[in-house]
Write a new protein. Sequence first.
Length: 215
Amino acid sequence: LKAEGHSVIEASGGQSALETLASLSPEAHPEVLIADLRMPGLSGTALATELRRSAPQAKLFAMSATFDAALGYDGFLRKPFDAATLGAVLNGVVPRFEPARAADDQFVLNEAVYQQMSRMMSPAALREVYEAFLNDSGVREQEMRTAAAANDLVSVRRIAHALKGSAGMVGARKLASAAAELELGVYGPKQVSALIDNLLSCCDELHRILLGKLP
């Protein structure tokens, strides 16, 4: 990085990074901050909150070898990443968040999860679970639109995180992926409406499939 003309400041952990930022004048703050989600001590969302306070103008990226919750960050870099990807980030080209994709990610509903649930509960209970999930998804979609209208992207990401978890539990794979993009993706107020529309489209797809499957 130094060979390419970038100035680099290293810190051994989250608290050390905050202390380093506090010692710098605002003009000397880095333009980009990259934090490892697996650091010991202060890390994750708590670190993101403190870094935002200390260096509000900096772009903030989380990195990890596994797909982790990175609420509060501008983007997510999955390790290992190459020099070109890192260079693009440092030059202001923000990578689009894309979760790891299994071979069958094209399917809206994880059939294995659906079959497991159908064996564990009665047909009436199964229908009730999926109807409750779809109703809850609609409520959360409206909550995200309200938050987006107020430019409250932190709340949008928080709601999307909750929806991603519940979608995963019922095997709503495509919906979970759409929620993950809203949770961890890099976007602004102008783009969030299209992402919520995509999430709603995933709900509609799931509903159509369930109409043909539920007893």
